[in-house]
Design a protein around this ligand. Structure first.
Ligand SMILES: [Zn+2]
Length: 342
């Protein structure tokens, strides 16, 4: 079985974006704020948006199941206040839930949280619990920078985040550390802000002692870990100077990396540096990079090809990356599969 742990609903019907634009207009002029009930998307529209896009590519490329969350760049936690984020997160999560019900063998949900700059993360817990307990979601996306590129929140090791972590451990769900749109012109959203955040989140964890307090907490750092695998020696050296344990003991029981790296040398570097236990298959399809690589003739984000072509990984290790690690890091995903006899 091939599990892609990183997919977003980037192809939602246009009505969603139209509703969101009206909601944003309603922040300044409450008289135009739309009601949730004014957003109408039929099951047929949802089906069409998936069959022609994600599902088609999954079948072409040969992956079976995608952990599916709302479009990351649309989370835009910096827009409006907590109530705006709360309504928006509920709508986006419900759509992913409906997709998971329409295609139960191919999609299972991960929640976006109703984060808002300056608001304590614990306010996200009701939405988180609803998604896990009522929708059967198996993970969350946690935004380390709800300000959208201005980094006004404390680091992930700060106690402000602990209520979320306590709930994650209680419910046995991991968090993908995933920022949203950059509203800072210095940072391109997917080319800079995402990768900066991946690297930043990792270094925050190296600098702190979060996993002493939460030995069972699990983070997935997406996009291949940003600059982390490439600079592993730097992080090892910094940890040493900070008198931290070896990274294997300090963070690698808790931090995992996905394979959203869009060329063979990058995937090979990831799998040379990072232990196979810490790598999970993902493509982030359909996402940031949608074109075809003229050097290979294949889509950049067809990451399964790079794993298949890897000369570093044994067949058993490839299967671990495709399936075994996901089942271990996402216990609720494993339980949902086992309940279906898979
Ligand atoms: Zn993503």
């Amino acid at each position: 079985m091939i599990i892609d742990i990183h997919g977003h609903y980037t192809t939602a019907p246009k009505a969603l974006e139209d509703w969101r634009n009206r909601q944003i207009a309603g922040i300044k002029d409450p008289s135009v704020m739309p009601k949730v009930s004014e957003l109408k998307i039929s099951d047929d529209e949802l089906r069409a948006s998936i069959i022609e896009n994600q599902l088609k590519k999954m079948q072409e490329r040969g992956s079976d199941l995608t952990v599916f969350s709302p479009r990351a760049s649309f989370m835009a936690h910096h827009i409006g206040d907590f109530n705006v984020s709360s309504t928006w997160a509920a709508i986006c999560n419900e759509l992913c839930y409906r997709v998971s019900q329409l295609f139960p063998d191919n999609f299972i949900g991960a929640a976006m949280l109703p984060q808002s700059p300056g608001v304590g993360p614990k306010t996200c817990i009701p939405e988180l619990e609803k998604c896990v307990k009522e929708y059967g979601f198996v993970a969350i996306n946690l935004n380390p920078d709800p300000s959208g590129g201005h980094w006004t929140s404390p680091p992930l090791t700060d106690r402000q985040w602990y209520p979320i972590y306590e709930k994650m451990v209680e419910l046995q769900i991991p968090a993908m550390i995933h920022v949203s749109t950059s509203c800072n012109a210095c940072f391109h959203t997917t080319g800079a802000h995402y990768l900066n955040a991946d690297t930043t989140a990792f270094m925050q964890c190296v600098s702190g002692d979060l996993f002493k307090d939460f030995p069972d907490l699990k983070f997935i750092i997406p996009h291949g870990g940003g600059a982390v695998p490439y600079h592993w020696g730097r992080f090892r050296g910094l940890a040493q100077e900070m008198k931290k344990p070896l990274l294997e003991d300090h963070v690698l029981n808790n931090i995992f990396f996905d394979t959203c790296v869009y060329h063979q040398p990058g995937i090979d570097l990831l799998n040379t540096v990072i232990p196979v236990d810490n790598v999970l298959f993902a493509s982030e399809m359909i996402g940031a990079v949608r074109g075809i690589d003229p050097q290979t003739g294949f889509y950049y984000d067809d990451t399964k090809r790079y794993i298949e072509a890897s000369k570093i990984l044994t067949p058993e290790e490839k299967q671990q990356i495709y399936e075994g690690n996901a089942r271990r890091v996402y216990p609720r995903l494993d339980a949902a599969l086992k309940a279906k006899g898979k």
